[in-house]
Design a protein. Structure first.
Ligand SMILES: [Zn+2]
Length: 210
């Protein structure tokens, strides 16, 4: 079951104190509508009832998909490792910690599509390096994101100032490459690990330094 609470939050525009519904946890078991709302970012979107200013408010939120067996925790500080989480890991759960709304949504999409998010970060990193080595400048890139996955092809979107380009990477090839270096791609935190661009950069920069 999902858990919500009402919190007082000041409108960033006019300062009126608003009572907003925040999801402490989201359980999407059999609730496709709620899942859509989360992926659209709607649970973080609000409108002031006085000045009608629209804004996004980020708050700690635990997303749980019991069918696909994963949890993504949006939290401003690291998640405490708790031994009872081992029960979930034993059931085959993937647990991830993310720090912002964009990463929260992207991570849910990746895990919802049944992918290994480490391979997706790998593909994002490769796509970025390929872009700056062969196509353009790093300063022009405003973001690198997971787009979608169809027929073994992982699509990554590179956003530039005025346009976006899509790269395509065979997913199985990445999985095989990672399997050759299990120590390299191992996660430090067995519980709510943070698998983000910094995580993959640290791996490759560490490999170069070694
Ligand atoms: Zn307002």
């Amino acid at each position: 079951m999902s858990k919500t609470n009402i919190r007082v939050f000041k409108c960033p525009h006019c300062g009126k104190e608003l009572s907003l519904k925040f999801y402490e946890s989201v359980n999407v078991n059999d609730d496709e509508d709620l899942k859509r709302q989360v992926i659209a970012g709607d649970i973080f979107r609000f409108e002031c009832d006085k000045c009608h200013y629209r804004f996004m408010a980020c708050y700690d939120c635990l997303y749980h998909d019991p069918q696909k067996k994963f949890m993504v925790y949006l939290k401003s500080s690291p998640v405490d490792s708790q031994e009872q989480l081992r029960l979930l890991l034993d059931k085959g759960y993937v647990l991830r910690w993310v720090k912002d709304i964009g990463s929260f949504i992207e991570k849910i999409e990746i895990l919802n599509d049944g992918l290994d998010d480490r391979a997706v970060e790998f593909a994002k990193y490769d796509s970025f390096i390929d872009y700056i080595q062969n196509k353009g400048k790093a300063e022009d890139v405003t973001g690198v994101y997971y787009q979608d996955y169809v027929d073994d092809i992982l699509k990554i979107k590179i956003e530039l100032d005025d346009k976006a380009i899509t790269t395509m990477t065979p997913y199985e090839g990445l999985i095989q490459e990672m399997a050759e270096y299990p120590e390299m791609f191992k996660l430090d935190d067995p519980f709510f690990a943070c698998v983000d661009p910094k995580w993959i950069i640290d791996i490759f920069e560490g490999a170069q330094a070694a």
